[in-house]
Design a protein around this ligand. Structure first.
Ligand code: GLN
Length: 313
């Protein structure tokens, strides 16, 4: 379809990875979840997958990492599947905050005290409460089955060490959740809902899994490899809109300016992005900038977008 791009990727992706490692501003691995501090600070890898499942990869692509906030895009779509738009948007808003992802500053500002959007921590915790299932165990099972289906990988699993590490130290997320409970946003027990939230954040993937998941979004909810619809188009449209406006936290404007593609990052250093109708892309570089995004990963995506004129704008 675009043989020139594919050939250029095969020729240059390795050198662009080396360049981004050398030229990106220095970052640091997240330490507030102690287990994430074990990641290798200067690694960077990428997988680009086309609609036939062919890939071009570069870097240490066999390393595994947890989805963290990238999972929020998928739990949003799962909550939409389970409850529809009216219920979901009675619990979260549609606007970026301009604040850090774990901020509590604006929780009282949208009537009636709902989080600004589903991709900040407060919003994603509200979304976790909407995943179908009578018990937290069933909700976790349902989420895991959904992620496995999207990634077409039945062996995706929760990294229990990361789950425990986050659960043991999540004082801030706990306070956000209690605040939401008090505002009447959460039905159910705070501890149960947080267990669901920490579980989907702790699902472990490779770069290739991430690219495979991205591919389904790039094709508006249809898996082009199995030729099977997995998510209604409207819900992918909603998810992609949030990825543009809030996917890179409070650096989403800058990323839209310099890369111009829907994307979602996580504090493990992963970034999922798409070239609509063409490619799913998974990147991981654990060293983060001040806003919580992979510094080398953002640099690499800026290079690709510039080289191939991928910006949607
Ligand atoms: N599990 C992480 C947290 O709640 C996810 C945050 C992120 O990736 N930005 O802090």
């Amino acid at each position: 379809q675009h043989p020139d791009i594919w050939q250029q990727l095969q020729t240059h992706l390795g050198e662009w990875v080396i360049q981004s490692k050398a030229q990106a501003p220095k970052g640091h691995v997240a330490t507030y979840i102690p287990e994430l501090a074990n990641a290798s600070e200067d690694s960077l890898s990428i997988c680009v997958m086309d609609g036939s499942g062919a890939t071009v990869t570069a870097g240490e692509t066999d390393c595994l990492f947890t989805l963290q906030s990238i999972s929020k895009v998928f739990t949003l779509m799962l909550a939409l599947i389970d409850h529809g738009e009216a219920v979901v948007f009675s619990k979260v808003g549609m606007e970026p905050t301009g604040d850090d992802f774990n901020s509590m500053l604006k929780l009282e500002l949208v009537e009636p005290g709902i989080p600004f959007n589903p991709l900040i921590n407060a919003g994603a915790i509200a979304i976790s409460s909407l995943i179908g299932g009578d018990t937290p165990e069933k909700q976790i099972e349902r989420a895991l089955a959904f992620f496995r289906d999207i990634a077409d990988n039945p062996s995706l699993a929760i990294n229990q060490a990361v789950f425990k590490s986050e659960s043991d130290t999540a004082h801030r997320n706990r306070s956000l959740a209690y605040f939401l409970k008090d505002n009447g946003v959460l039905d159910g027990e705070v501890d149960d809902i947080l267990r669901v939230y920490f579980s989907h954040c702790s699902i472990e993937v490779s770069c290739k899994d991430l690219a495979r998941m991205a591919l389904v979004l790039a094709y508006d909810g249809v898996d082009p490899i199995r030729n099977k619809r997995l998510i209604p188009r409207r819900y992918v449209q909603i998810a992609k809109t949030f990825m543009i406006t809030c996917g890179m936290y409070n650096a989403s404007g800058e990323f839209a300016m310099n890369v111009g593609l829907p994307a979602k990052s996580g504090v493990s250093g992963g970034i999922l992005t798409i070239v609509p109708g063409r490619y799913g892309i998974g990147v991981v570089g654990p060293a983060l900038n001040r806003k919580g995004n992979s510094t080398a990963g953002v640099h690499l995506l800026e290079t690709l977008s510039r080289e191939f004129d991928w910006s949607l704008f």
